[in-house]
Each structure stands twice: as C-alpha cells, then as structure tokens.
Design a protein around this ligand. Sequence first.
Ligand code: BGC
Ligand code: MG
Length: 555
Amino acid sequence: MTPSAPPHPRTDDDWWRSAVVYQVYVRSFADSDGDGIGDLRGVRSRLPYLRDLGVDALWLTPFYRSPMIDGGYDVADYRDVDPMFGTLADFDDMIGGAHALGLRVIVDIVPNHSSSAHPWFTAALAAAPGSAERDRYLFRAGRGTEGELPPNDWESIFGGPAWTRVPDGQWYLHLFDPSQPDLNWRNPAVRAEFEEILRFWLDRGVDGFRIDVAHGMIKAEGLPDVGRTSADGRPQIELLGRGRLPYFDQDEVHDIYRAWRPILDSYPDGRMAVAEAWAESPQRLARYIGPDELHQAFNFDFMDATWSADSFRKVIDTALAESTIVGAPTTWVLSNHDRQRHVTRYGDGPVGLRRARAAALLMLALPGCVYLYQGEELGLPEVLDLPDELRQDPAFPRTGQSRDGCRVPLPWGGGLPPYGFGPDGGGPAWLPAPTTWRALSVAAQTGDPESTLELYRAALRLRREHTALPGGPDGAADPVGLSWLESEPGVLAFARTAPAGAPGLVCLVNLSGAPVTVDGGHGEPVIASQALDERDGGRMLPVDAAAWFVRPATG
Ligand code: BGC
Ligand code: MG
C-alpha cells in the first residue's frame, strides 16, 4: 500500500474504477441444454440482456472441473471447464460474445484450497508423510498420546474442526469442507502453479479475477492455536473483527499479490483483480489494494450496514476515506451468492422490496465500482422454504445455515416453473423457484415502469450519464467525488462532484420514519424508488425511498 497514493490519471485501463459488474452464478443463470443446470452457453445466450441492462462487466462464479461439493469452489482442474457447464470452446465463444458487446469478463480464482479430487491431493494421499507431494498441502501430526487429536484448535468456517485425519494418522487442514484441502502457499511449487493458471486465463482474454478467500492463503508460522473454540458457545470465525485469526490476513499474504500484480500488468487493456478478503478493520482491508497489489477488495461493511442513516453514513465515510488513502475508489455490494438476498435482509415482503429499491439507488449513486448479484435487478427475495433434502450447501448439515436460498435459478419468463430458465421454458431446475416468481420474471417486468427491473435499467443509464467522476477528465483531481448535503435526521443527502460545466447529480435517501420535504435547490427529479408526493408546489420523499435529482451546471 502506498499511503496517500498520487491521483491516478485515468485511462480506459481504469475501467474497473467506476464499473458496474454483474455477478453471474453460472449454475443458476441460464440453462442451454435442459439438464436443469445453468451453463456457459446459457450465459452466452443472455449476454444481450446484460448489455441492455447497462452493466459494464460480468463476474462468473467457478465453472471449472469440480465434484461440486461447494458449488464449484472445490476445483479439481483449474484449466478446464466442467462438462456440466460446457467446454473450453464454449468459454471462448462466451467471452468473445461478451467482448463483442462491450462487456468485460472477470472469472473466479480459488487459490486457498483445491478439491480433494485434484490430482495433487490424490498424489498427496498416496505419498508418505514428509513427502514433496504432502508439502503442497498442510499435513501435520496430531496431538494427544496417539496423535488422535487435531494438530490445533482451528475450526472450519463450515462448522466443526478444520482438520481431517487420513489412514496413516496424519491430519490435513481444510478451512472449509473436508473436500477442500488448504494449499501450502509457503511452497514455491504452489505459487508457480497459480501464476501459470492466471496466465492461462489471461491468455484466453479474461479481464480480471475475483480472488476467493484472498486473505486466507498464508497461515501463521507454527499454526498456533486461536485459544478459543465453539466450546464457549460461538463459532471461532466470529472473532474476526475483534482481532486477527492465525489463519487469516497474515502479512505475508501480500507477497503473493505483489507477485501477481506484474503478471496482470503485463497484459494490455486493464486486467484487474478484486479480493474477497475479510480483515479485522477497514485499514487492514485497504492493505490489499494499491498499485503494487490488487485493484479492489469487496466492501462487505456496506452489505452489513443496518437500515439506518447513521449506519450507512459511517460505512460510506470510512470507505471514502480509505479510497483517498489507497488512491482507488471503493466497491459497493448489497448481495452475493453467500448472503441472504437484501430484499429479505431488509424486512422481506413489501417493506424489504421498498428498501431494496432505495438501497439500489443509494449504491448506484456512490462513487466507485458496484457489484450486482444476479436477480437483484428483479427484486428477488431469498427463498426461505426450500425443502431441506434439496439444499446442497455443505455448511447446512453442520451449521443449519444454508446459502441455497439465494442461489435459486433466475426466472426469465413464461407461466410455469422454472420460468424460462431452461431452453424451452419448461424442464427441470436444480432448485425449484417459488410460484410467486412468475410475476418477477424478466419478461413479466420488462416494460412495466413500476418494476424493479426497469428501475435498475433506468438507474444504470442515468449513472452513466450523470456520474462522470471519477472517470471524467477531472476525476484524477477528486478520487472521492462526493459531498454530503445538509439534511433532516435520518436522511442521507449527497451530491456527486460534477466536471465543470456539467450538471450535478444529487441523491436523497429517506431512512427516517416519516416523509420528508425535498429542498427545491436539489434540482429536478430524474428517478425515484417510490413516486414523490407533489403537494402545493412542494415535493415529499416517502419513507424508505430514494431519489436522484439533477442540478443545472455551475460555472
Ligand atoms: C465463496 C464461497 C465458498 C468459500 C470457499 C467463499 O468465500 O464465496 O461460496 O464457499 O469461499 O471457497
Ligand atoms: Mg445445462
């Protein structure tokens, strides 16, 4: 990290600074062959939808060869497409189609662990303790008189101990499922392999990487105990945020990214990387970002903000302050494939949807890069009533928590489930859609000005037109590009800095319990998540609503 990095002269290589990236959960996006599983040809067939929605890039979740124990985050071959998702030729075809439409493509890379079906792990099991094959993973002797206890007290994020014993008595580390053994990133062979994997996909034209568990690859020397386990009631992972865990956010992890950055920079057209990283503070998270490390990290604090002006304001101010320090705008995200969908988090039903629509206008007005999760543009809620026997999240049996409810295949149209997910409208789907989704499909919402889909389409268009900074000619001078305006309690009000001579955008979000009067000085309304009340020449912004206004150019 470079403290107070100099302003960055923007070029198109900096596309990621203000991009809107759409997360495609491939398995649930569109199914081209009728097997009930989304695939790369399905993605290709829906590229025009994404172009018309108005996003700049796609992030595809893992489609590599995998036993699919953890939805493909258990990779058996990092250089091939799983037959369930298609072939490498389908990938090439998809990325070619995306680029032809002006869409960039980011792929997921999963370096913390492989699948236990990866040839390296099979070889490690077949080899003796102490062998070079075992050294690519984290095998250790157990504790206790017979080595019958795990080597330390680390817990899996999916519940239970992070160690599994193999027949010869050694244990191997898996921070996630036992089918996801952690790789040993202190072994140069592991580093060399992943540098080649990056090049493999860069050569195929990918525009960037989303790095899975980017904070986890290096473990503290000696693998020390955390000193607390779920025996005292709460999972160890909850200690994150109150201190450093010996398996997360170790300083040496940054050496890996300092080696990756020159690889990305050696390719033309602005190849980038975004970290899925968890750290104890925004300051520690910012260390992943900089001209010699990664371009971005997900700002999960925004996703975690509660529905209050104070909570959002605090997260936004912290993120903007960090942006200034690292010289790069932050990211904003409300949902992803690991979290309950935000319609449901914000209260479900009509209240949740109202708030989700307002949150979308808030997020899309902020300076920086936005990540949308497929289906949020349809206002999809979490599916809460999936039958247990259909749930596939490996965490479910161990924690009772499952991420399947945000992974239900998208409804595209038609009158019967799975609502156009398959090639001819009908067909199977790996998880069933609720019948209420008939009214939420892309076809059902298209052309309805009140729909959430049309709200996103319009907001994305207006964002391109009115938030030129920090992409505009003056962007380098003001990496933040936002100023707070005076407002009533419980109301967020800010203006985006406009280049000289351009009209400015103002965003208001009403998180108070009552409608608020809109100051006429904010300009003319261009979009609102709920219709504004026009009264006696004045305007009121309803509760749980957001609106954008355009102010005439100054000077
Ligand atoms: C991914 C999850 C996955 C985990 C293990 C993540 O944070 O987003 O879906 O289960 O890493 O790879
Ligand atoms: Mg399929």
